[in-house]
Design a binder for this molecule. Structure first.
Ligand code: AMP
Length: 216
């Protein structure tokens, strides 16, 4: 059987993937907090534990045969070079627009009523640009790498585009969700050449992941 390399997104996706991999007898057999390349309990599989936004790149270039990554990251990266055969239905959340409660931006489409260029802070500049452009609005995008919720509170931005799960973080910071851009869950992505060259091994692994999906 061919050896497979699976790129796992650090953080929430890794946490949610571990019980699933464990049930399949595929859990990492090493210190996932320190090691970047970890064997699995299955001798034919090992993991790369990497930043979510790097997963599509590793898989696209064949450094990993497959990966588990959020739909948000795939949409931002552009997933055309990858197969996306499966929605694992884990790490579920939504990508939303939010604004300071009570501000003119705190209603759906609020940005369109403002007579100056609206500033949107986000980790997702591509998705944000496309979303506003699709309804004819040009916004100034401020790229941030974390703590988006802070930007509107200190006047850095009028709106944010960020992941929302329970909504507690927004609420705690005095922000309200005004529009949902899309629902997000974790997807399996596969390198196109690996799908041909390692077809039997990948079919087996994807089949095992699928059984979990059906059991859920
Ligand atoms: P919550 O307070 O439950 O709405 O969670 C919001 C915070 O958690 C924000 O900082 C999000 O960026 C982050 N977050 C929520 N869901 C996810 C996810 N599936 N993956 C990564 N980060 C997430």
């Amino acid at each position: 059987m061919s050896q497979l390399t699976l790129a796992l997104s650090k953080g929430r996706i890794l946490e949610d993937s571990l019980p699933m991999l464990d049930r399949l007898g595929l859990a990492p057999a090493g210190d996932i907090d320190r090691l970047l390349r970890v064997p699995s309990r299955d001798p034919n599989l090992h993991f790369l534990i990497i930043r979510p936004s790097d997963v599509p790149t590793y898989v696209e270039h064949g450094a990993a045969d497959l990966g588990i990554v959020g739909k948000d990251v795939l949409m931002e990266h552009g997933g055309e070079a990858l197969y996306e055969p499966m929605d694992l239905d884990i790490a579920k959340c939504r990508l939303s627009i939010a604004a300071v409660k009570g501000s003119p931006f705190a209603v759906a489409g609020g940005a369109a009523t403002i007579r100056r260029r609206v500033r949107v802070a986000t980790k997702y500049p591509e998705i944000t640009r496309r979303y506003f452009a699709a309804r004819g609005e040009q916004v100034e995008i401020i790229k941030l790498y974390g703590s988006m919720e802070l930007a509107p509170l200190v006047g850095l931005a009028d709106l944010i585009v960020d992941l929302v799960a329970t909504g507690n973080t927004l609420k705690a910071n005095g922000l309200v969700e005004t529009e949902v851009i899309c629902q997000v869950s974790s997807r399996v992505v596969v390198n196109k050449a690996s799908m041909k060259m390692k077809h039997a091994a990948l079919r087996d692994l994807l089949g095992r992941l699928q059984t979990l999906d059906q059991a859920a």
